[in-house]
Design a protein around this ligand. Sequence first.
Ligand code: SF4
Length: 173
Amino acid sequence: MSTKGDSKGSDSTPWYADGLRFGCTASGRCCSNHGEHAYVYLMEAEVTALADALGMEEAEFRKTHTRQEEGWTLLEPRGTSCVFLGETGQCGVYEARPVQCRTWPFWRENLASPEAFQALVGSICKGAGSGTLYSAEQVLHIADSTEAWYEGDLDEFPASAQVGTAPEHFPPR
Ligand code: SF4
């Protein structure tokens, strides 16, 4: 995941100064591949959490569900979708889902411009522009925390930097 991007407008005011609305529709479309953004990156703590959630040894989990690329551990997809995506849009590892999944769509690259947000979020998810209003401060907090997590600067990911999801995205109980 490239999280590099300029989220500021030309006058240093973010283009989303009035905040952004987003409401998860549990479509699962953000869990499917969209060209170059077909990656779920895993930090060590996320590998541990996912292996625990699946009742697997970490070595077995790594062998079964991950691959290495340019020094990163990536979740190996199933076809064009995440291997943990259920048929009706549920996440099969919801409680242990990676930070990347907890913070979409407020990643830096998505926030680079209104056009980027439309291309990378609006074009694939009907939840963009509706639902909960996230203030510019909240959006930046989520984007900055995501960046810090993948740079290894955080021991724990803050609950305050997570995007809400629809109940339908939870796995069946
Ligand atoms: S781990 Fe869950 S939330 Fe993340 S991409 Fe896979 S199905 Fe979606």
